[in-house]
Design a protein around this ligand. Structure first.
Ligand SMILES: *[C@@H]1O[C@H](CO)[C@@H](O)[C@H](O)[C@H]1NC(C)=O
Ligand SMILES: *[C@@H]1O[C@H](CO)[C@@H](O)[C@H](O)[C@H]1NC(C)=O
Ligand SMILES: *[C@@H]1O[C@H](CO)[C@@H](O)[C@H](O)[C@H]1NC(C)=O
Length: 329
C-alpha cells in the first residue's frame, strides 16, 4: 500500500480511491504517514458519514463502524474491532454473506484498548456513536470510567440499551443518566427495585423500562417521550386515571403516540372514571393496536384530547399481568 502513488493522482481520483476503501483500509492507510492521515481525515469529514456502535455486554467488547443509516444497501455493512483476553478468539472474520467484518485482537485490558482505539477512529473518521449496548455487570469496576469517557465524546445518543441486574449498579445508572442529555431510544432492562431508587430519565423519543416501579406519578407526568413502555409499574388505578385526564387537558405528554403501563386492575372502566369515552370497533383502529402491541382486540375505548386529538385504549393481558395501552392518532 505504501508504494501505491496515491498522491500522484488528481484530487478527484484520490477521492474515488478513498471512496472504495473500507474503514479498515482507511484506518490502515491513515497510519502510514501524516500526509495520508490528513488525506483520510479530509475525505471522511466531507465525503462520508461513519457511525459507531459500542457493544459492552460481553467480556469481549466491540466497536462497530457503519456508513451511516442512509446507505442504499438493504443491509448495513459493518466493520468491527473486538478486544479479548481469550487468545482462541483472535483473528479476522467475515460473516453474514460478507456484510459483517470483525477483527478480534488480544488485550490484557480490553476496555482500555477499546477506548484508545476509538479515540483514534474518531479523530480520523469522525464517527460518533449512534448506538450503545451496555451491560453494567460486565466490567462493574469500570462503569464510571467508561461513562466519563463516553460523555467526553458526546452526551446525546441515538439508541442506548442498558442492562443492569445487580442493585449495586443503580448508582452507576444514576451517574450515567445524570450525565447524558438525550437518548432517542432508551431501553433499561434488569432489576432496579431498591426501595429508595430514583433517577431522572434523559430526554428522548422512545422509552422502554423493564422495571419501572420507581417511576412515580410526578415523574410520569414529566416524561415527554413519544413511545413509553413499562413492563412493571407501581402506578395506582387512580394515578393512571389522573394521567389520562392530564393528557386530555393537554397538560402533559403532548407528543405521546403510544404508552403501555401495567395495571393493578383488569377493568378498563377503572381508569375511565369521569372521562367521556366511547366504544369503537373501527377495524383500522383495532389493526393499529395489532401492529403496535401485537394484540388482537374486538373493541377499544376512544377518548378525546381538548385540542381535538383522539386516543384509543385497550387492556392487554400477558400471563398474570394486565396493561393499559393507549394509542394516539
Ligand atoms: C467479533 O468476534 C468476537 C470473537 O468471535 C466476538 O466475541 C464478538 O462478539 C464479535 N463482534 C461483533 C461486533 O460481531
Ligand atoms: C421508536 O419510535 C419510532 C417512532 O414512533 C417507531 O417507529 C419505533 O418502532 C420505535 N422503536 C421501538 C423500539 O419501540
Ligand atoms: C412497589 O410495590 C411493591 C409491592 O407493593 C413494594 O414492595 C415496592 O417497595 C414498591 N416499589 C417502589 C419503588 O415503590
Amino acid at each position: 500500500m505504501t508504494t501505491f502513488p496515491l498522491f500522484h493522482l488528481p484530487l478527484v481520483a484520490i477521492d474515488h480511491v478513498l471512496c472504495m476503501m473500507s474503514p479498515f483500509d482507511l484506518l490502515d492507510l491513515s497510519l502510514t504517514s501524516t500526509k495520508t492521515k490528513k488525506a483520510v481525515k479530509d475525505f471522511a469529514k466531507l465525503k462520508t458519514k461513519f457511525l459507531a456502535t459500542l457493544f459492552a455486554s460481553s467480556d469481549s467488547p466491540s466497536i462497530s463502524i457503519s456508513r451511516g443509516l442512509n446507505q442504499r444497501l438493504p443491509v448495513l455493512e459493518t466493520w468491527s474491532f473486538t478486544w479479548t483476553t481469550d487468545e482462541t478468539k483472535i483473528g479476522h472474520k467475515t460473516e453474514d454473506f460478507g456484510v459483517s467484518h470483525n477483527v478480534t485482537k488480544y488485550s490484557e485490558n480490553p476496555i482500555g484498548d477499546l477506548m484508545k482505539w476509538y479515540d483514534y477512529i474518531k479523530e480520523v473518521l469522525g464517527c460518533p456513536f449512534r448506538s450503545i449496548y451496555f451491560n453494567l455487570e460486565t466490567f462493574p469496576n469500570q462503569n464510571r470510567l467508561i461513562f466519563d469517557w463516553l460523555c467526553s465524546h458526546q452526551n446525546s445518543f441515538g439508541y442506548m440499551r442498558i442492562y443492569s441486574k445487580d442493585k449495586q449498579q443503580s448508582e452507576d445508572i444514576k451517574y450515567l443518566f445524570n450525565n447524558i442529555r438525550r437518548a432517542e431510544e432508551l431501553s433499561l432492562t434488569g432489576d432496579l427495585n431498591e426501595d429508595d431508587f430514583h433517577v431522572e430519565i434523559p430526554e428522548g423519543r422512545n422509552l422502554s423500562i423493564q422495571n419501572a416501579r420507581f417511576i412515580n406519578y410526578e415523574q410520569l407526568l414529566r416524561l415527554k417521550h413519544q413511545d413509553i413502555f413499562f413492563q412493571y409499574s407501581n402506578l395506582t388505578n387512580q394515578e393512571i386515571n389522573q394521567f389520562l385526564k392530564s393528557w386530555i387537558a393537554c397538560e402533559s405528554h403532548l407528543d405521546l403516540k403510544t404508552i403501555e403501563i401495567p395495571t393493578q386492575s383488569r377493568n378498563i372502566m377503572d381508569f375511565l372514571i369521569d372521562i367521556p369515552n366511547e366504544v369503537t370497533t373501527d377495524p383500522a383502529t383495532l389493526l393499529k393496536f395489532y401492529h403496535r402491541f401485537f394484540f388482537t382486540v374486538h373493541q377499544a375505548h376512544s377518548i378525546h384530547r381538548s385540542d381535538g386529538k383522539m386516543g384509543s385504549m385497550i387492556m392487554t393481558r400477558v400471563k398474570d399481568t394486565f396493561s393499559l395501552c393507549l394509542l394516539v392518532d
